[in-house]
Design a protein around this ligand. Structure first.
Ligand code: NAD
Ligand code: ZN
Length: 244
């Protein structure tokens, strides 16, 4: 076991209120591309004139719903993805009473699939969808089992994924839950995120505890504040730390 893993192990051992703050890099080892890595969605030539960032904006959703849903089904949904060692380890640490909450920018539901209970989904979830007119709930089958713009069975209204698009605000209860968890934590583990999507990334500034651990393939603005920075795939790191 290398030194960084030993250090991470000892930080986890001495902590009783760990919060994990994560992003798309947490799920790349589950086969879901992130946005900003070399293999990420933003680097792919999608053969479209509109950038992926514009595609997942509220304006684009409202003005071009057909194209939005084509892109959304094709590039943002990974129905067969399974939790990796990072998701599993965090669920295990929650069961042990060490991890108190996960704050995630991901929309893939993999933390819950791994068994985590307290998960603040800052950007919502692709697994929940609601009719814009009557509020009826639909699961992912409503999106993946239809073509074009998905419509409500009850009233014919448009069904929108419960995902925060660019230009849309975050849910107040979710922000409050995340801020509360982060400000009470003794250790904050940040992983798989460029920390450039705001306001989500700004939430880590509520941390007042002892240890910040940063596990990310590339450098971030918070590296300088961290007690431990590990630049390795996060699933591998947790796998060695907990199950190695
Ligand atoms: P990002 O794409 O901006 O950055 C991902 C970061 O993770 C990069 O710094 C990269 O170096 C790092 N990374 C990639 N694989 C890694 C691994 N195996 N181990 C450690 N680090 C790894 O992601 P972001 O900061 O979360 O911002 C992107 C936005 O995109 C978020 O708002 C999120 O909602 C959305 N998104 C979600 C998913 C998902 O739900 N799985 C996927 C793509 C994008
Ligand atoms: Zn309806």
């Amino acid at each position: 076991m290398d030194n960084d893993i030993l250090k991470l192990k000892s930080i986890i051992e001495e902590s009783n209120n760990i919060v994990f703050f994560g992003g798309a890099g947490v799920s790349t080892e589950s086969g879901i591309p992130d946005f900003r890595s070399a293999n990420g969605l933003y680097s792919q030539d999608l053969g479209r004139e509109v950038s992926p960032e514009e595609m997942v904006s509220h304006t684009f959703y409202v003005n071009h719903p057909e194209q939005f849903f084509e892109f959304y089904r094709d590039k943002l949904i990974y129905e067969d993805a399974e939790p990796n060692a990072c998701h599993m380890a965090l669920a295990e640490l929650e069961a042990q009473g060490k991890v108190k909450a996960i704050v995630t920018q991901n929309i893939d539901g993999l933390h819950q699939k791994a068994g985590s209970k307290v998960v603040w989904e800052l950007h919502g979830s692709t697994l929940r969808n609601y009719c814009e007119d009557c509020g009826a709930f639909y699961d992912l089958r409503k999106i993946m089992g239809t073509e074009g713009v998905p419509l409500c069975d009850k009233c014919g209204g448009r069904v929108k994924p419960d995902v925060v698009l660019y230009e849309e605000g975050l849910d107040t209860d979710v922000i409050n839950g995340a801020v509360d968890a982060i400000s009470n934590a003794d250790t904050l583990i940040v992983g798989g995120t460029t920390l450039i999507v705001y306001p989500a990334a700004g939430l880590i500034h509520y941390f007042r505890g002892k240890n910040i651990v940063l596990i990310n393939m590339s450098a971030t603005s918070a590296d300088g504040k961290a007690n431990l920075v590990i630049r390795r795939p996060i699933g591998e790191v947790f796998s060695e730390c907990l199950f190695g």
